[in-house]
Write a protein that binds this ligand. Structure first.
Ligand SMILES: Nc1ncnc2c1ncn2[C@@H]1O[C@H](COP(=O)(O)OP(=O)(O)OP(=O)(O)O)[C@@H](O)[C@H]1O
Ligand SMILES: [Mg+2]
Length: 312
């Protein structure tokens, strides 16, 4: 359902408008978005609002399988086609016949499988691994990726012709930091949702706390925001949350990004790093775990850098 996709920012709404138009068709769709932006949610909406809503909906996460298995998962195999192929197996394309196949993380398809997929997209024919004649299936493909496929093409890791064939209608979900207006909307939604789900009084946010949420870069996008909300609903149920009360790791991650402005005369990056590490150690009385947290790195990384700079 498109209702499940919360967001009113102009760039998000524009994407949704295109999505609603393509949902009514059988056209191949390529969804692009950073991790946690809602690609799977969008794919589900496209399927459930389209003409194939009541038909099979099969998912294949192309990155979750070893390369050697992707082809047979997708196209099926004949008994004896390779060691371990003890019986005929139906591929996901065949299982999706009449319906939709959602190919998640499509960027990780091995090149030979990309060639075979392209053939399917062009002819509608699939050929199971092993000795068997090709046959026709009727499947609508929705593919998703969080990788810049043009860069992969430039490196020779993704076929240009397949890219164009998949990219008939591209849907790009903007990252959260590019639709800041939606942060508050999502916060309200998730705080209410998790307070209800966990039967806790809903927490509220002070203006300064809210400002931190708006400043943050949200590398994990909506998924990260959602998880933070669930945590707040449990740890700070019913509270008016001040900035200082944010759990330590949230406070740590909600550092202001891009605050430091490179001076015209430049900096000595290594000296700057040594200085920051020293300050973090001083401030935490040499507690290396806490110093690492202040710097937003792991303890191991901190130790590695201290060693690199011969610091104690
Ligand atoms: N616009 C949105 N409104 C409400 N919930 C959302 C929205 N976008 C994402 N979510 C929620 O965020 C979480 C992550 O979404 P989803 O799994 O679809 O992301 P993804 O882009 O597929 O991530 P990944 O690249 O890591 O697989 C899910 O719980 C999903 O329901
Ligand atoms: Mg996903």
């Amino acid at each position: 359902m498109f209702n499940a996709l919360i967001g009113q920012a102009p760039n998000f709404e524009a994407m949704l408008r295109s999505a609603k138009m393509v949902a009514a068709t059988d056209v191949t769709v390529l969804i692009y978005g950073e991790t946690g932006t809602g690609k799977e949610l969008l794919a589900n909406a496209l399927q459930s609002q389209g003409p194939r809503a009541r038909k099979p909906y099969i998912t294949l996460n192309c990155a979750a399988l070893p390369e050697s298995l992707v082809e047979s998962e997708l196209f099926g195999h004949r008994r004896g086609a390779f060691t371990g192929a003890v019986a005929n197996q139906t591929g996901r394309l065949q299982a999706a016949d009449g319906g939709t196949l959602f190919m998640d993380e499509a960027d990780s398809l091995p090149l030979p499988v990309q060639a075979k997929l392209l053939r399917f997209l062009e002819t509608g024919d699939i050929q199971p691994v092993g000795d068997s004649p090709p046959f026709r299936v009727d499947v609508r493909i929705i593919a998703a990726t969080n990788v810049n496929l043009e860069e992969k093409i430039a490196k020779g890791e993704f076929r240009k012709d397949l890219y164009y064939r998949l990219n008939v209608v591209p849907l790009e979900i903007p990252p959260l930091r590019e639709r800041m207006g939606d942060i508050q909307l999502l916060l309200n939604h998730f705080l209410r949702h998790f307070a209800t789900a966990h039967k806790q009084p809903q927490p509220t946010l002070s203006n300064r706390t809210l400002a931190r949420f708006l400043d943050y870069g949200w590398p994990g996008n909506v998924r990260e925001l959602r998880n933070v909300c669930e945590r707040l609903c449990i740890l700070l149920a019913g509270r008016h949350i001040e900035e200082e009360e944010l759990p330590e790791d949230i406070a740590r991650t909600t550092v202001q990004w891009g605050e430091f402005i490179l001076p015209d005369e430049g900096v000595e990056l290594e000296q700057l790093e040594i200085g920051l590490i020293q300050q973090a150690l001083d401030r935490t009385h040499d507690n290396r775990s806490r110093a690492a947290r202040l710097l937003g790195i792991t303890r191991d990384t901190l130790l590695y850098r201290m060693q690199k700079y011969n610091m104690r």
